[in-house]
Design a binder for this molecule. Structure first.
Ligand code: PLP
Length: 398
């Protein structure tokens, strides 16, 4: 069947907010809608076949992050995964950062537990020294100086790659510290899955959250990875209880078709050629735009250290603030965003025109720069002609 991918003549550079379904994913979806409709809990042949396909997808996803298949639990997306972490884990103190996604920040606050917010530098990095200090001051592990303290059960939640400014945290170093001080380590890997290598064992990760729609898969499907050693305590505290699907972590008939499509989308994203293409496009766009007058790159200055495809830019000579520039570009057929798509639901109309992104503010970026910032997020579906068009449009505006 010929598949039409119609972007209505738009240039889509908002791939951190969500992505278009890949053609191969659409094919897999159509096929599975037609053939794999039975309830995976049914004992007849069709049910068993649906169950088998879920297990194949689970095994593929688990292998890609060096986890065991029984450590992957499907649910509705990363928001649910992040909520599950804060509702179901056993902890007294949360250590996190102010640049996390709202689906980490809000459940952390709602937990009513003590929170330590790590400081960020201008490029969005946490300080490993600060993290170690806080862990040492609060952990059950006795400090060398034997200072008196009340030991706490600690949950560290640090995202792998930031969705707005593309900062990639050193999750291996964070994992080593968490292991040393016996803290639970969770990472929101929504922006990095399929784009950066993730090895849950090597990085001593206890929990990760991921979502299919950020890598050309369907919306409404994600997974939580829960290391075997934590599972017993978490299953008893699931948010959604009922038929006991996903071994009790997430009840409800499995979203079989989307699960199969998620594995396909991940397989496509892991293709080294596609990953390189995104990095190349990112470099090329920055080379084109960096010569424009008064452009500021927010976040890591070294593109090698930045999440592929992400550019967060402020055009200081333009009279537009972030949202006005997003609208100007939209009028010219280009989709980008200011800040994170999910937070824009929370701002009221007037605020949205004066408030800058909370992530940029957390990185101490000058308000004048922050309020002009736009995020351009590329994917392997983009091409050089689109970069050229954007450069032309921005050059004219400047
Ligand atoms: N975490 C990050 C870093 C995100 O970018 C998003 C989506 O915007 C989420 C979590 C929420 O994911 P979902 O849409 O699957 O709930």
């Amino acid at each position: 069947m010929a598949l039409k991918q119609d972007f209505m003549n738009k240039i889509y550079f908002d791939n951190s907010a969500t992505t278009a379904l890949a053609a191969e994913v659409i094919e897999v979806l159509i096929d599975s809608f037609q053939t794999t409709f039975a309830n995976p809990s049914s004992v007849h042949g069709l049910g068993k076949s649906a169950k088998k396909k879920i297990e194949e997808a689970r095994t593929f996803i688990a292998n890609s992050i060096n986890a065991e298949p029984n450590e992957i639990f499907f649910l509705s997306g990363a928001t649910e995964a992040n909520n599950t972490v804060f509702k179901a884990c056993d902890y007294d103190l949360i250590i996190t950062s102010p640049s996390e996604h709202a689906s980490v920040i809000e459940p952390a606050k709602a937990s009513g537990k003590e929170i330590f917010w790590l400081n960020l530098d201008q490029e969005g990095y946490i300080s490993l020294d600060e993290l170690e200090n806080i862990l040492a001051q609060n952990s059950k592990i006795e400090a060398l100086d034997k200072r008196p303290r009340i030991p706490k059960k600690i949950l560290v939640s640090i995202m792998h790659a930031n969705s707005e400014i593309g900062t990639v945290q050193d999750i291996k170093a964070i994992g080593n510290l968490c292991e040393k001080y016996e803290a639970i380590f969770h990472s929101d890997c929504v922006q990095s899955l399929g784009k950066l290598d993730i090895d849950v064992k090597n990085s001593k990760l206890d929990l990760i959250s991921a979502s299919a729609h950020k890598l050309h898969g369907p919306k409404g499907l994600g997974f939580i990875y829960i290391a075997n050693k934590l599972q017993e305590s978490i299953v008893d505290k699931a948010i959604i209880i009922g038929g006991g699907q996903e071994r009790g972590v997430r009840s409800g008939t499995e979203n079989v078709n989307s699960i199969i499509a998620f594995a396909k989308a991940l397989e496509i994203s892991l293709d080294p050629e596609k990953r390189n293409k995104v990095k190349e496009l990112q470099k090329k766009l920055w080379m084109k735009l960096k010569n424009l007058k008064s452009v500021v790159l927010n976040g890591p200055q070294n593109l090698e250290n930045r999440l592929g495809g992400n550019l967060n830019l402020s055009f200081m000579d333009l009279k537009f603030n972030s949202e006005q520039l997003v609208l100007q570009l939209d009028l010219r057929g280009v989709c980008v965003s200011s800040g994170s798509a999910c937070t824009s639901n929370k701002k009221n109309f007037e605020d949205s025109f004066i408030e800058s992104s909370y992530v940029l503010r957390a990185c101490h970026i000058d308000e004048n720069i922050a309020k002009r910032a736009i995020r351009i997020s590329l994917s392997w579906m983009n091409d050089e002609a689109e970069l050229e068009k954007l450069t032309e449009i921005i050059t004219k505006l400047v």
